[in-house]
Design a protein around this ligand. Structure first.
Ligand code: NAP
Ligand code: MG
Length: 498
């Protein structure tokens, strides 16, 4: 950390936490009065008791969101005024970025410098990008005969429910909030039970930015209760979910069994990383491979978890990978040299360790790591782990592990690489490393995934769409102007002139 960098340990100690639900512009206890503990994954200790909302709170929040939507306090503001409010929200997030980064590290176990240098700038840029877009989107006049005026206009969809995972709580909430609010909608947010803190702080900042009461509501609580009630609510017009493929499927069922609300799903992945033998300089390649699977402890939907390497360069690449992975220090999220923090909770750590066992049992070979570490801290740390001799039909190559575990698979030629890359139920992201322009173009078109990054690990920036093919996504795209259309509906106005 630079000499003048903030003392995040100190900030974390003194940071003021919101612990109640946010409904209709006020922080309130849950209707049942129940609370649950949010835990620091790096110590296993409780950070705070948080209001545990359920169906009754969902009813209250949706009713508030509907009332303000119908009144038009937000929806009927000019796009320019909504832009000003959203830009103010982005400024407030920026003003509080140190506290927000500290809260995020406390709640998720991720390195605070990752939260500060990646999640926070991303959340701020996202809010600004969507704010700036609002007053630059034009509707259309359609080509008709001269006795007709026909317009296709965008209307906000109404009340949007959004259910968020624990891996990038603030960044994903901002990614949803930007286009939802830009369009004039109201929103009810259900953060993951493990990570409610930054969403609650965001609610306070939204109020401070002048966004009217009822437009933004935050309901901490469990998926099976609060999440399900939101998914099944007959007055929610759209449900935007990010999380596992399994739970994503539940939301389709909830919608089918309630009001056919629009459902948008951003789901899991098992992303391939293809390395061709024409690559000469391995240093930047192994840096990106490490970033792809170790950043965020591998708890990343687009993590590059399957390393597909051309057979004749496997030994060389793997040696460089291991050397580099050893430099990624596991430890206290608040230590400046930590690059791999704690996994989100004990149950998830056990799941990751279970996959490591399954890999060994199926005959893959551990060449690095494989263990829980730093147990004495009470935290849930797993060291960077690399498997060699993996076959693509093994469990560790097919299922999402969501931890710092890389599986190495070899291929003979580019056709085989593409075939292995696509042999998965997922299709969120892929990486390709090659110096050959033809291979770069051809393979990036042949891979069935929403984002293919060439000679880097990247999801792109706010200006490009993000979402999954196959079982990695459903119904839309996050980011870019496409994200706005997810929360709007198109109305045709057909006017006969006399
Ligand atoms: P998860 O278990 O699917 O949970 C996500 C959210 O759904 C949480 O708020 C959870 O509440 C809620 N939920 C759980 N069960 C529910 C139910 N029966 N009904 C309604 N809501 C329910 O996922 P996670 O473990 O938090 O996150 C990891 C997953 O998210 C991975 O699969 C990852 O790939 C995916 N992800 C995808 C993207 C993307 O953009 N494609 C981004 C990040 C993460 P609780 O807190 O109570 O569990
Ligand atoms: Mg927590």
């Amino acid at each position: 950390m630079a000499a003048n960098a903030p003392d995040f340990g100190q900030i974390a100690k003194s940071v003021e936490l919101e612990t109640k639900a946010f409904i209709n512009g006020r922080f309130v206890d849950s209707a049942s009065g129940k609370t649950f503990d949010t835990i620091n994954p790096a110590t296993g200790r409780t950070i705070a008791a948080i209001a545990e909302t359920d169906k009754e709170d969902v009813n209250r929040a949706v009713s508030a969101a509907r009332t303000v939507f119908d009144k038009g306090d937000w929806r009927n503001q000019s796009p320019r005024d909504r832009k000003i409010a959203l830009l103010k929200l982005a400024d407030l997030v920026e003003k509080h970025q140190q506290e927000l980064a500290a809260m995020e590290a406390l709640d998720t176990g991720k390195p605070v410098l990752d939260a500060f240098n990646a999640d926070l700038p991303d959340a701020i840029a996202t809010l600004r990008w969507h704010a700036e877009a609002i007053d630059k989107i034009y509707d259309v006049v359609s080509p008709t005969s001269s006795d007709i005026v026909s317009m296709v206009v965008r209307d906000p969809i109404g009340v949007v429910g959004t259910v968020i995972p624990w891996n990038f709580p603030l960044a994903i909430t901002a990614m949803k909030l930007g286009p939802i609010l830009a369009g004039g909608n109201s929103v009810v947010i259900k953060p993951a039970e493990q990570t409610p803190l930054t969403a609650l702080k965001l609610a306070r900042l939204a109020a401070e930015a002048g966004i009217p009461d009822g437009v933004v509501n935050v309901l901490p609580g469990y998926g099976e209760t609060a999440g399900q009630a939101l998914g099944r609510h007959a007055d929610v017009d759209c449900l935007s979910f990010t999380g596992s493929t399994e739970v994503g499927g539940y939301f389709l069922k909830y919608a089918a069994e309630s009001n056919l609300k629009r459902v948008l799903l951003e789901l899991g992945g098992k992303s391939p990383v293809i390395v061709m033998d024409d690559v000469d300089d391995l240093t930047p390649v192994v840096e990106q491979i490490a970033f792809g699977i170790l950043f965020s402890q591998g708890e990343n939907c687009s993590a590059g978890s399957r390393l597909l390497v051309q057979k004749n360069m496997k030994e060389r690449l793997l040696a460089a990978v291991l050397d580099h992975f050893r430099t990624w220090k596991v430890g206290d999220p608040f230590a400046p040299d930590t690059r791999v923090g704690a996994l989100i909770e004990e149950k998830h750590m056990e799941r990751v360790l279970g996959y490591i066992d399954a890999g060994k049992k199926e005959g893959a070979k551990i060449v690095l790591g494989g263990n829980r570490v730093l147990e004495e801290t009470g935290g849930y740390f797993v060291e960077p782990t690399v498997f060699d001799n993996v076959r693509n039909d093994m469990k560790i190559a097919q299922e999402e592990i969501f931890g710092p575990v890389l599986s190495t698979i070899t291929f003979d030629d580019v056709e085989e690489a593409v075939s292995i890359a696509n042999d998965t139920k997922y299709g969120l992201a892929a990486q390709l490393y090659t110096n050959n322009l033809h291979i770069a173009h051809k393979v990036s078109r042949q891979i069935r995934a929403g984002t293919v990054s060439v000679n880097c690990f990247s999801e792109g920036d706010q200006a490009v769409p993000f979402g999954g093919y196959k079982q990695s996504g459903f119904g839309g795209r996050e980011k870019s102007l496409l994200a706005h259309d997810q929360y709007l509906q198109f109305k045709t106005i057909w006017m006969q002139l006399r």
